[in-house]
Design a protein around this ligand. Sequence first.
Ligand SMILES: O=C(O)C(=O)C[C@]1(C(=O)O)C=C[C@@H](O)C=C1
Length: 325
Amino acid sequence: MPSDNIAAIDTQIAQLIRRRGQLVTGGDAEIDAASVDAIHRHIRSVCDALLRPTNVCFLGPQFSYSHLAAIKYFGDAAQFTPVASIAAVFDAARRDPKSRGIVPIENSTDGRVVDTLGRMIHCDVSIIGEVALPIHHNLMSKTPRGEITEIHSKPQALSQCRRWLADQMSGARLVETNSTAGAAQLAAQRPGVAAVASFEAGRQYDLNIVAKNIEDNPNNVTRFVILGHDAPKPTGNDKTSLVCQVLHQPGKLADLMTTFKTHELNMTWIESFPIPGRPNEYFFFIEFDGHRDDANVKDALEQLESQASELKILGSYQKGDPAPS
Ligand SMILES: O=C(O)C(=O)C[C@]1(C(=O)O)C=C[C@@H](O)C=C1
């Protein structure tokens, strides 16, 4: 079906949803935009699943933040497969060309997600999309607050609540786990243990909320990337991610930066990451606005390839909406 017909149908669906809300309330109330959007996303997800059934691997168990981000991106009609680690998400996405993976890459409080960047360098899979998710952490347990001796969560989540935990729970030992939802599962089984995790994970494992919204920064947002084997077409609102190395010589990194400047490419992220076993040498992760099929990006990439000692394009994909807090 031509895409302008789909757009027209989408507009009609949104109008019908709003109209239904007005009818049942006699015109007294309106269904809010977020709810209309959620219904729309569900319809889109059911249609997408008809066209192309998608298996999405994520760091489980269920209701980890990765799972919530996957539902936000793919809708709730996709098939979701939890795996035990971020490395396993990369493996699953790499092995099956029809599968997708979703991994956290960057957090607004805590910066890069090391487990993800480390894998990105070596893995033969592309970034095909991104989604940002507001992260609101909860301290949850079966044990009353005064009797909690251990707090379990993924290091990134503990770090995002560092100040609150130090102020409010200084007597409890912090224990690092593979995922926040895994911590919630364990807290349900072990007396004295609390977890830092999503509200949804707490509900799944029947935990009580000891304290909510304990993140130090109320605008705490994690950006996730979608892994796959496609090469998305330009949309006019795209981003390109790459990883590169430069020779350990003066001015080499500056040369790369000059290429971005002369091609008027807006860089949105740069991270250096130590190369294992090579002291003082780094990989650079770079993201910038534009698609690899755009003429100026193509030209810039050619120049960057000649300047870098190694360069791998991780993908060009549509930019995600910045998450509302
Ligand atoms: O443990 C989870 O729930 C995850 O999805 C991982 C993860 C991360 O590593 O950044 C994702 C988002 C939050 O920032 C905290 C944890």
